[in-house]
Design a protein around this ligand. Structure first.
Ligand code: ZN
Length: 386
């Protein structure tokens, strides 16, 4: 998913109107060994269709890109469940995510809706394994560690020296305030605790890096209960949210740790989703500042009055976007209700809704279909800004 994030960022800033965007579902569990040829046939047909409406002066460019993408799908290295590509004469970005997409080809500005959707639905999470002498950071993306690193307490600390050098040497070389004979054990322990907490506090920089470089908003702590509790007391940041902790010991495998962290994350998300949906349902019942259903949602969003949108993860509605003014409508539209243009783009809600929400600065929340039957019947709900 790190690659998807960087492609998304790059394409969001891309100014060119001559970009070919391609999403292909190639899930072998759905299509078997023929997945490549099925995708290729669909892609060839769709490109042929687009070509019909391309102006003569850009046709050459388009055909160059057409050859490139067909080559890649026919002979390139394929893995994962789907294929996502953005290409122009200047760049060729490819990713093979391990989740499904809906087949889509688009010529023009990069079509980022589905990518935006995937990144929201499958968020990276961070796990921080806390120990006295070291902290281990994991970036987890779709059940897999995609990046990890470790920080250790400095060799200058008493804790490190007690563990790694002979005791006489430690006591001789380290001048600890208040340390002379008698009650040394207690003083040493206090001193070590201070060192550990100082070391933990320094990890704040790495925590905030997780947010900046790996797009992590939520972190789960792992370790002995006494330590994760203390660690959390030491760390204060509003860049990322520590959403819970899991107990791990030396015997816990990485996979068990990831699974436990995912559970914490799921519970956390479900809780938030539940609150959001309950609020939308309650408010829309009383007709105060909330709407349900795609027609109402599109209206409120495009009036600039939507604050938060919640969508079920299995929604598969078809929408229509006016190619002239960008207005988005439900699939029964025959012409644009704003500018009367008949130049319309048909696409899935995953393609057309995320860019609209971005345009109107509305936050998108993809919620589980199983949370509320009542909400799922509508598939989408909006909390108004006003
Ligand atoms: Zn229009």
């Amino acid at each position: 998913m790190l690659k998807l994030h960087s492609i998304f960022k790059k394409m969001l800033n891309e100014q060119s109107q001559e970009v070919l965007s391609v999403y292909l579902n190639m899930d072998p569990s759905q299509f078997g060994k023929n997945n490549r040829s099925i995708a290729l046939i669909w892609l060839k047909d769709s490109l042929k269709e687009i070509k019909k409406s391309i102006a003569q002066d850009t046709l050459k460019k388009f055909e160059q890109l057409e050859r490139k993408i067909l080559d890649e799908v026919e002979y390139g290295d394929l893995h994962g469940k789907s294929f996502i590509a953005f290409l122009s004469l200047e760049f060729f970005e490819i990713a093979h995510p391990r989740v499904n997409v809906i087949n889509e080809v688009w010529w023009g500005k990069p079509s980022l809706g589905q990518l935006d959707w995937l990144l929201e639905e499958y968020r990276n999470i961070g796990i921080i394994k806390v120990e006295a002498e070291k902290i281990h950071y994991y970036v987890v993306s779709m059940n897999e560690v995609v990046k990890e690193w470790e920080e250790r307490i400095s060799e200058n600390t008493l804790l490190w020296q007690i563990k790694h050098s002979p005791p006489e040497k430690v006591l001789r070389e380290k001048a600890i305030p208040g340390l002379r004979g008698g009650d040394t054990k207690e003083i040493i322990e206090r001193h070590i605790n201070e060192e550990i907490q100082k070391f933990w506090k320094e990890s704040l920089t790495s925590l905030e890096n997780m947010q900046r470089n790996y797009y992590i908003k939520e972190i789960v702590l792992a370790g002995l209960d006494s330590q994760t509790e203390l660690y959390q007391k030491n760390i204060h940041t509003d860049q990322v949210r520590i959403i819970g902790s899991i107990h791990v010991s030396k015997e816990t495998s990485i996979n068990d740790m990831i699974a436990a962290a995912q559970d914490v994350f799921k519970k956390y998300e479900r809780n938030i989703e539940m609150k959001l949906i309950t609020e939308i349902l309650e408010r829309s019942e009383k007709n105060t500042n909330a709407s349900l259903g795609i027609k109402n949602a599109l209206k409120v969003i495009q009036e600039g009055r939507a604050g938060i949108v919640a969508l079920t993860d299995n929604t598969d509605k078809i929408l229509i976007e006016c190619a002239n003014c960008g207005y988005v409508m439900t699939k029964d539209a025959k012409e644009c209700s704003q500018c009367l243009s008949k130049n319309l783009r048909v696409g899935s809600i995953r393609t057309l809704l995320p860019p609209l929400l971005r345009k109107y600065k509305v936050s998108m929340n993809i919620v589980s279909n199983s949370i509320s039957d009542k909400f799922s019947k509508h598939g989408i709900g909006v909390l108004w800004r006003y």
